[in-house]
Each structure stands twice: as C-alpha cells, then as structure tokens.
Design a protein around this ligand. Structure first.
Ligand code: UT7
Length: 325
C-alpha cells in the first residue's frame, strides 16, 4: 500500500512591523530614492509587506510558524521526527536554522536541516520530506519556509527593495494511507545564476563581494512564466490529473502579473488562485506556506480539495507539489 504525506496542520508568522507602499516610499524618499504606490501596485500587485525587528532572526519567525502548525495539527514538538527549513536568509552561516528551531521548540533528537533553493525552497523542502515519509524514514515532519529578505536588500535600488518582505509559514506532514501529496516535480538550471543572486559571501573574517540582492527583473519574469506552466503540467501528468482537477492554485507570490499569467495558462479563473502578494510582498521560501495557511485559516481551502503549489526562484530553481488537502 502506498504511503502518502498528508498535511495535518498549517501555521504562519508575520513580523509586527507592516509597511504600506506609501510608508516605504516615504522612508526611501528620505534617502533620495523615488518610488510610488501607483508604480508598485501596477507592476507587481504589492500593497504592503512586513519587516522583522532587528532582534529577530529567521529561526524566530520559523519557530512561531512551527508552533502554530503544531497546534493546528494537535501535536507536541516531541511528536515530530523530522524538521526541514527552507531559507536563503539563515541566522548564521551555520548551524542550520532547522537545528535552532528544533532547540527552541524543545524537540531534541530528530534530524533537522536546511534546504536552500531560494523562492522554490519550500517546494524543494516539501518534496524531500515527502520522499523521507514515503521511504519510511520519517513519520511526522515539520516543513517550514522562513525568510528575512529585508536584511539582504539594497534600499538604494528601487527596482528590488520594494518587492520583498519577511515572514514564515509551516506545515506538519504525517504518513498516511489516505492521499496527501500526489506528485512532485523539481528542476534547476545553474546557468541562470546571475539574473537573481546575492553575490557577497563571508571570506577570511570579512565580506567579499556585494551582500545584497541583484535581479534582472525582466529576465526572471520571462523565465518564471514559462517554467511555472511546465512544472504544473508535469505534476498533473504524474498524478493522471488535468487542469480541471485543481481546486486551488497556490503559486509563489512574487508578482501578480506572473501569477495571473500562470493561472490563465492552466485555464484557472482568478477565484481559484490564492493571492497574498498584495499584503506580504515576495517572502521567497515563505510565500507559498504563508499563502496556504492564510487560505486554510480563512476557510477557503477545505479538506479533500486538490491543491497545486508551485515556485520559482534563484538558481534558477523551480518545481511543484500537487496534493490532496
Ligand atoms: O522571487 C523571485 C522571482 N522574482 C520575480 O518574479 C520578479 C520578476 N520580475 C518582476 O516582477 C518585474 O520585472 C519587476 C516588478 C521587477 C519590474 O517590472 P517591469 O515592468 O519589468 O519594470 P522595468 O524593470 O521594465 O522598469 C520600468 C520602469 C523603469 O524606468 P524607465 O527605464 O522606463 O524610465 C524603471 O527605472 O520603471 C522604473 N522603476 C521604478 N519606478 C518607480 C523600476 N522600479 C521602480 C520603482 N518605482 N520601485
């Protein structure tokens, strides 16, 4: 009998500090950087984002989201036997955010590690957790996407600094004989490294290179639109399902125009797509679990529905997870 990974509970966390486009534009204006609510809304669909407080680390956001997901699942931290965190903005070079979350939750002993696939990170982490559950090496996994992109933004570069926000989202997966994750699909192509990257790194006690996000927005846009359709179709084919079987599309929340274009290619109406980019901005690996938790908590997503989760990001990486909720 096939073992499935089923979502038992979801959770999320947004830092308290919320900046509308007007708030951010006013702050940027003080540094001589010009932008506007109109431009940001029209080109991206973003209206607001949250930024973490100075004393918060990625593991703090992740732990809050994990606590909520555990509570929704009706489990204690000790019930978990695997922790995976998707992030590109860890507290430290090492140890991993996952081990810090494990310690903060009081779940010592189980394997805990990070996955780094930038905005596709949560899709990668979910796929790895699903494989470990299917192989029998884990029974109850905590899978988290957590990011503090505000730490790697260049607030003098208006083409990137208005796009991103901070946050975390989490799910608890459990081995089950009832469907769960139906199909997964992962890809990467390293030749695109320079169109979305943070080139700086720690070197002999200093930072070598520029430690802020660089993006060729139009190149990313074009690639994203193509691969998001391809990966959704690949997951559907693996599960012998079609576009019409999707109840909810939960895409990476980077730009409403990319999301709408993907939905159109999959012949899905706007009412079948979960949109949080307007309130959260692009939270990289946290965006999909944040959107999922939002729609679970407001009652849109119901048990038994079919969900298409898909992401694309730096690397380039992309992929999808098709699941029965
Ligand atoms: O999570 C990873 C995935 N990342 C993404 O999916 C991002 C994908 N790319 C995008 O979302 C879009 O390409 C952007 C939102 C980044 C840019 O939108 P665009 O429609 O491609 O704009 P553009 O780069 O062609 O810029 C158009 C104009 C330029 O002015 P000129 O050269 O036409 O005079 C920019 O200088 O808009 C200007 N501009 C701005 N103006 C006001 C760029 N950023 C801003 C800004 N405020 N923040």
């Amino acid at each position: 009998m096939r073992i499935y990974s089923r979502i038992l509970g979801t959770g999320s966390y947004l830092p308290a500090r919320r900046l509308s486009n007007a708030d951010l534009a006013a702050e940027l204006a003080q540094q001589g950087v010009e932008t506007s609510d109109d431009w940001i809304v029209e080109r991206t669909g973003i209206r607001a984002r949250h930024f973490a407080a100075d004393e918060q680390g990625c593991s703090d956001l992740a732990t809050e989201a994990a606590r909520q997901a555990l509570s929704a699942a009706g489990l204690a931290a000790q019930d978990i036997d695997l922790i995976i965190v998707a992030t590109s903005t860890p507290d430290m070079v090492f140890p991993s955010v996952a081990t810090m979350v494990q310690h903060k939750l009081g779940a010592a002993g189980c394997p805990a590690f990070d996955v780094q696939a930038v905005c596709s990170g949560f899709i990668y982490a979910l796929t790895v957790a699903d494989s470990m559950i299917q192989s029998g090496s884990a029974k109850r996994a905590l899978v988290i996407g957590s990011e503090i992109f505000s730490r790697i933004l260049d607030f003098k570069d208006r083409t990137t600094c208005v796009l991103f926000g901070d946050g975390a989202g989490a799910v608890v997966l459990e081995a089950s004989d009832q469907p769960g994750i139906l199909a997964t699909d992962l890809h990467a192509d390293g030749k695109y490294k320079d169109i979305l990257c943070v080139p700086g790194h720690v070197n002999r006690g200093g930072i070598l290179g520029d430690p802020v996000l660089k993006m060729d927005g139009q190149a990313v846009f074009k690639l994203a639109v193509g691969v998001l359709e391809d990966t959704a179709r690949a997951s559907l084919a693996k599960a012998n399902l079609t576009d019409a079987d999707i109840d909810w599309l939960i895409p990476h929340q980077a730009n409403i125009r990319i999301m709408q274009s993907t939905a159109k290619k999959l012949k899905l109406g706007a009412d079948k797509m979960v949109v949080t980019v307007d309130q959260h901005g692009n939270t990289s690996a946290a965006s999909i679990p944040l959107a999922l938790d939002t729609a679970v908590r407001d009652g849109r997503i119901q048990r038994g529905q079919t969900l298409m989760l898909e992401g694309v990001g730096g690397g380039f990486t992309w992929g999808s997870v098709l699941l029965r909720y």
